[in-house]
Design a protein around this ligand. Structure first.
Ligand code: NAD
Length: 506
């Protein structure tokens, strides 16, 4: 890693409508995983910074709530256009700080913008409901009101998109918002907040507090925060869920994953191989929807594996900004070591390496920068169900293959995982699909699709250890999460002073 110089940019927080340095002294370098260079320094804000942000957010609530829902939607249109105007800059920032290929980063930014587009429907989606005559002359109606101050805590793997699973829906519903991005990838949200700063929202409607664990713990305890959205690893999701609930907050906590892909013998080989490779090795396997276990049923293994291995060996590894590269670096040197360690332990325990990516430079992948964190695509077979490579989230470009005889066994293998985020099946059989989608214990199912991440208009719904809470991210769930329902039961007599003369009571 290069040393920090006095010219290194220090990132600011955005609190109460103004950019400014964090009061706390500690900072972390933001490292480009492609070459180890230092892109900036991020402050590790302390609890006082969070207090300032929450105070600003609470102060903004009355004014923001008084802005009509149509006007709030117009601000979201402006946000959408502002992000669209800077989409290439956002994508390049994602690649620089996170490592994924520029093509992947562009797709992420497109999904980020799609979130804002979905939130623009808020004048419709936030509507309540009414029933007349629930009793004689009595009506009952439910309206939706903002929850208050909502905070979000984001992971490193989607620096642009994941914060926007929450932000546009939260502010569209009339809430104020505090974001803590991942301290590993804080730069892309600086651009997003520059766009937000240009919208002339009341000061404090959106706030950006950079930091790590101290800010997270502050959010969980803070009496001024009403709702918490978390995305990250399963152990932290559990902590966030339990502690935020203990202080009476509304909470949704999206955790880690171990996604399975099931290949049936009748899968269309070329398409299935393409889908499996995109899922396992896209973003260097660092997606919560990455397929990391391939379950082949019957003859599927002999039909698919040769082509899968051959295509995987052809993938190029390198810096994500190079348009020709297929697999970028993983997030850090520590991640690199962890992933290679997991593969090596599997091999020591008897796993067979069909493709070994532990030393991608040696595989002739070209010029890999010495300071970069590279692991090449890796395929492992011959493991037992209790292997770490089957049970644990590796979060790198590693695919483990399991062979079974029947669809029932494949479904049992999927359901044995403690995670339940995404799952895919590759087949041309409608009956197999019907059985699979009915019986698998996972929130998101792909049919002949390797990464079945729902579009913004549908909820992102993990199960089991992949999710804690009840309302999921984006789609209709977002409006449920970011509003409180109020139900009014009313009757009118019509014989009050002055009005009774005009109509007769029934
Ligand atoms: P992480 O859990 O290490 O960090 C997530 C956030 O929590 C960061 O903002 C970090 O500052 C904070 N944090 C980390 N450790 C903490 C602690 N001990 N106490 C309080 N706060 C803490 O996750 P990550 O490595 O940034 O992201 C990768 C993980 O996120 C993977 O497990 C991946 O599957 C998961 N993920 C899940 C989804 C989903 O939708 N389910 C989406 C994206 C990523």
């Amino acid at each position: 890693m290069e040393p920090t110089t006095s010219a290194t940019r220090v990132l600011d927080n955005y609190i109460g409508g103004a950019w400014g340095p964090a009061q706390a002294g500690e900072r972390l370098p933001v490292v480009n995983p492609a070459d180890g260079s230092i892109l900036a320094e991020v402050p590790l804000s302390d609890a006082r910074e969070l207090d300032r942000a929450v105070d600003a957010a609470r102060a903004a609530l009355p004014e923001w709530r008084a802005v009509s829902v149509i006007e709030r939607a117009r601000r979201l249109f402006d946000l959408r256009n502002g992000l669209d105007a800077r989409r290439e800059e956002l994508a390049r920032s994602v690649t620089a700080e996170m490592g994924k290929t520029i093509g992947d980063a562009r797709a992420e930014v497109a999904r980020m913008i799609e979130m804002v587009e979905a939130a623009c429907a808020i004048p419709t989606t936030m509507q309540g409901r009414i029933a007349e005559d629930v009793s004689r002359n009595v009506d009952c109606e439910t309206v939706r009101q903002p929850v208050g101050v909502c905070a979000a805590i984001a992971p490193f793997n989607f620096p642009a998109m994941v914060p926007f699973w929450f932000l546009p829906f939260a502010i569209g519903c009339g809430n104020a918002f505090v974001l803590k991005p991942s301290e590993q990838v804080p730069m892309t949200q600086q651009i997003a907040f520059e766009v937000l700063a240009g919208l002339e929202l009341p000061p404090g409607v959106v706030n950006l507090v950079n930091g790590g664990r101290e800010v997270v713990e502050g959010i969980l305890e803070h009496p001024g925060i009403d709702a918490v959205s978390f995305v990250g690893s399963a152990p932290v999701a559990r902590i966030v869920y339990e502690r935020a609930a203990a202080t009476g907050k509304r909470v949704q906590a999206l955790g880690g994953a171990k996604n399975h892909m099931v290949a049936m013998p009748d899968a269309v080989v070329a398409r299935a191989v393409e889908g499996i490779i995109g899922s396992a090795f896209g973003a260097a396997g660092q997606r919560c929807m990455a397929g990391s276990v391939l379950v082949t049923v019957g003859e599927a293994s002999e039909r698919l594996l040769p082509a899968l291995v051959e295509r995987t060996r052809e993938l190029s590894v390198g810096a994500g900004l190079d348009e020709a590269v297929d697999v970028g670096p993983v997030i850090s040197a520590a991640a690199c070591e962890r992933i290679i360690g997991a593969v090596s332990r599997g091999v020591e325990a008897g796993a067979e390496l069909l493709v070994d990516g532990r030393d991608p430079g040696a595989n002739g992948a070209g010029d890999l920068a010495a300071g970069g964190s590279y692991v090449g695509p890796t395929i492992v077979a011959g493991v037992t169900p209790d292997s770490e490579l089957v049970r644990e989230e590796i979060f790198g470009p590693v695919l483990t293959v399991i062979e079974v005889a029947t669809l029932e066994e494949a479904i049992a293998t999927v359901n044995a995982s403690r995670f339940g985020n995404g799952v895919s099946i590759f087949t041309e059989s409608g009956a197999a699909v019907r059985r699979f989608r009915h019986d698998v214990q996972a929130g998101m199912v792909g049919v002949n699709i390797g990464v079945a991440a729902p579009v913004a208009f549908f909820p992102f719904s993990g199960w089991k250890d992949s999710f804690r809470g009840d309302l999921h991210a984006h789609g209709p769930d977002a409006v449920e999460f970011f509003t409180r329902k109020k139900t009014v039961t009313s009757r009118w007599f019509g014989d009050g002073e002055g009005s009774g003369a005009y109509f007769v009571e029934r």
